[in-house]
Design a protein around this ligand. Structure first.
Ligand code: BYC
Length: 333
């Protein structure tokens, strides 16, 4: 036994050399991360770094395209032409964000078809927030204000993500998201300043329903977040889930005061010592239920996406046939 363990064949030498090479590459990669370098798609990267990015970026892309559904629900019912044009442009922007993000994830070697298959089979996640219904027109303003507001808070640090194609996509996404957030807030301001008592009550009701799900967008508490530590070390995430959630609450409460609405949290209060708002406990059982597929609209959202994919098959086929025709023409010329 002892001699067997000591005998080293040519294959073992190759494996040892490979692992030494691998270790050296990994050390060089970590040194680049520590130095604040950006990693490009063609650079060497550890497999776990690649997988973490594909997971996060594809989930993000799915969130953008599923996120089109709750708002798309109101395009035909927008109260004025101006609001309809704004909403149409916003929903179209979200589709564009999905496309930048799928492209960024594709640079890591996963195809768009693979990512979409994972979404359609229910295997891939997308943001919990889009499993809540948009019941009234005020929900559209509140989604812009709170949901896009939370998205910006989470996404601005991603502009400095260590993976350059994701960081570049996020710069453009954030510019558009900040516009989305402001249009939502402005539409609520109009309802609160010029609206009837019923319209004001509608805004308050929408805030009551969207407040807690918006806080859940930042993910589980740091102590329950299995991916955070590694992602922070690799510079994929720059600020923790809890710190971003706190920043969001601190930025949003003064805006709620200007609007003249309250948030549905009896424990919310300014803490002069920490100079932050203290807020009540999040219902994590609800969060995990929604993430696990059992929220108010999970089934409806997924069924709508699958239907759109199936019904769009002829468009994809036609686009491919058109591209082939052009390629053939170029080859002949
Ligand atoms: N919903 O270890 P953790 C938008 C999952 S905005 C569902 O903390 P991580 C838009 C998480 O994936 C929304 N799942 O994970 C705005 C993980 O599961 P897996 C999209 C969630 O990745 C307006 C597990 O829980 N934004 O697009 O370190 C209009 C443990 O969590 C959620 C982004 O995606 C959630 N809320 O941190 C239209 C931003 N939270 O994968 C569209 C990019 C956590 O291990 N993503 N989970 O099975 C991120 O910044 C991070 O992925 C998160 C989670 C902060 C979301």
């Amino acid at each position: 036994m002892y001699t067997q363990a000591m005998s080293v064949g040519p294959q073992d030498v190759a494996a040892q050399t490979k692992s030494a090479e691998e270790a050296a590459r990994e050390a060089a990669f970590e040194a680049r991360i520590d130095a604040g370098d950006f990693i490009e798609a063609k650079d060497w990267m550890p497999e776990h770094y690649r997988k973490t990015l594909v997971r996060q970026i594809s989930q993000h892309a799915h969130s953008e395209i599923v996120g089109m559904l709750p708002e798309g629900n109101w395009i035909t019912r927008a109260p004025t032409l101006k609001r309809k044009a704004i909403l149409l442009a916003k929903v179209q922007d979200e589709g564009g964000h999905g496309l930048y993000l799928y492209s960024a994830a594709e640079t890591l070697g996963t195809s768009r078809d693979q990512m979409l298959a994972a979404l359609h089979s229910g295997k891939a996640k997308y943001s919990s927030i889009f499993n809540y219904p948009t019941l009234t027109w005020a929900d559209i303003g509140v989604v812009g204000w709170l949901v896009d507001g939370a998205a910006i808070m989470n996404q601005v640090p991603l502009c400095r993500c260590s993976f350059a194609p994701y960081a570049r996509a996020m710069i453009r996404v954030c510019r558009e998201e900040s516009f989305h957030q402001r249009q939502g807030y402005e539409s609520l301001l109009v309802m609160m300043r010029e609206g009837t008592a019923e319209q004001k009550a509608m805004v308050q009701d929408a805030v009551n329903r969207w407040w807690w799900p918006s806080l859940m967008m930042f993910g589980p508490a740091d102590k329950d977040s299995p991916n955070s530590e590694q992602s922070m070390r690799w510079g994929i995430k720059r600020i923790s889930n809890d710190d971003l959630r706190q920043k969001f609450v601190d930025a949003t409460i003064p805006q709620a005061e200007v609007l003249g609405i309250t948030v549905p949290d009896p424990d919310l209060k300014w803490n002069a010592q920490t100079e932050h708002y203290d807020f009540g406990a999040i219902d994590w059982a609800e969060f995990w239920r929604v993430v696990g597929g059992d929220g108010p609209c999970n089934r409806e959202r997924l069924a709508t996406r699958v239907k759109a994919w199936d019904e769009g098959a002829w468009v994809r086929e036609a686009a491919l046939a058109h591209a082939r025709k052009h390629m053939n023409k170029e080859q002949v010329a």
